[in-house]
Design a protein around this ligand. Structure first.
Ligand code: SF4
Ligand code: SF4
Length: 334
């Protein structure tokens, strides 16, 4: 009997998710044993035409990492969706937009202006910008069109499962792949479509630090504190921590090394907007009675929007800021 088919793809992301797949260590042998890997361009020399040659639905499971920020990402998302029975948004970029979606706080035009013209490192005497098409004697060269808005995978195609994390912890990758292999062999059941693979509670629930309901007068950057109490909640020491609104599953990795959680597992179950939930969670530790005092404390938090939506901007209720809509070029899908 032929083995089920597995595909892995990398859209707009840093590549960490590809490494995270390999972090399952020897389990990767079980993956290779259980599946025929039919597409994994990061690791083996597959071509897009290899995917195009497959029948619709022939891929059993596709682990798709990376956000959708250009035409090529979208084309591959649609192609792999058509060819796959189970589409998994693998990692934070694919699930929620992650770091690429911080670009939704600005616009494509602003980014191009800064990167190619205004940045201190720009050396561009002819004022070039990437051209989607360029005529050469041999014909027309094309580049994927860069979108104004970064989207999560499920904002472009239907997704069966989400595996959050930047990158996902290996144990959840192993859980997903093992469960999928068992279900495809008729020996188990997968969770209902739309499920997030992982826990439902928060990073605070798995964090070993003590919470004493201590209030703070200001926020600090880690380097501003001479010492960080290794046992006390970081938030109660004035260090920003998103654990209160973030799905558990990593084992509270960051707080255990004196670094506040940044929210890479996305909101915990039942929370639609991680930023809104964080604002209410953080409000509970502010030592303030008036609006002025609240504002003074929040003024010590640099880049609050970046803190509240670092991994979740595409999936947030904001989705993007108005400046991008104002500057959006006509015909843009993003
Ligand atoms: S806010 Fe951060 S440091 Fe405090 S208990 Fe939650 S995860 Fe731990
Ligand atoms: S503590 Fe937060 S930011 Fe760090 S790995 Fe866990 S979920 Fe991600």
């Amino acid at each position: 009997m032929s083995k089920p088919k597995l595909a892995l793809y990398w859209a707009s992301s840093c590549g960490g998710c590809e490494i995270a797949v390999l972090a399952v260590h020897e389990e990767i042998l079980n993956v290779a044993e259980a599946f025929d890997i039919v597409f994994w361009p990061c690791v083996m020399d597959f071509k897009v035409k290899d995917v195009e040659a497959l029948a619709d639905g022939e891929i059993d499971v596709c682990l798709f990492n990376g956000a959708i920020r250009n035409d090529e990402n979208a084309h591959m998302a649609h192609l792999l969706r058509r060819k796959s029975k189970i589409m998994v948004a693998y990692g934070s970029c694919s699930s929620e937009g992650c770091i690429p979606a911080l670009a939704n706080f600005t616009s494509r035009d602003h980014m191009m202006q800064y990167i190619y013209h205004d940045s201190p490192s720009a050396d561009n005497p002819y004022n070039f910008e990437p051209m989607p098409t360029w005529e050469v004697p041999e014909g027309e060269l094309t580049l994927p069109k860069f979108w104004n808005t970064v989207k999560s995978l499920d904002q472009v195609v239907k997704v069966e499962y989400y595996l959050p994390g930047c990158p996902p912890e290996a144990k959840w990758t192993a859980t997903l792949v093992t469960a999928a292999a068992a279900a495809l062999a008729g020996k188990g059941e997968l969770p209902p479509p739309g499920s997030v693979i992982g826990n439902t509670d928060t990073v605070c629930d798995e964090c070993p630090r003590e919470r004493n309901q201590k209030k703070i007068k200001r926020f600090y950057r880690p380097y501003e504190l001479k010492e960080v109490d290794p046992n006390l909640c970081l938030l109660e020491q004035g260090l920003f921590c998103a654990g209160v609104a973030t799905r558990s599953g990593c084992g509270a990795l960051c707080p255990q090394v004196n670094m506040g959680c940044r929210g890479c597992y996305g909101p915990n179950e039942g929370v639609d907007d991680i930023g809104a939930r964080l604002i209410s969670g953080i409000a509970s530790v502010l030592d303030a009675d008036t609006d002025e005092e609240v504002n003074a404390i929040l003024d010590t938090l640099p880049d609050p929007a970046g803190y509240f939506y670092r991994f979740s901007m595409s999936h947030s209720m904001l989705h993007r800021t108005d400046i991008g809509h104002t500057l959006q070029r006509s015909g843009d899908q993003g």
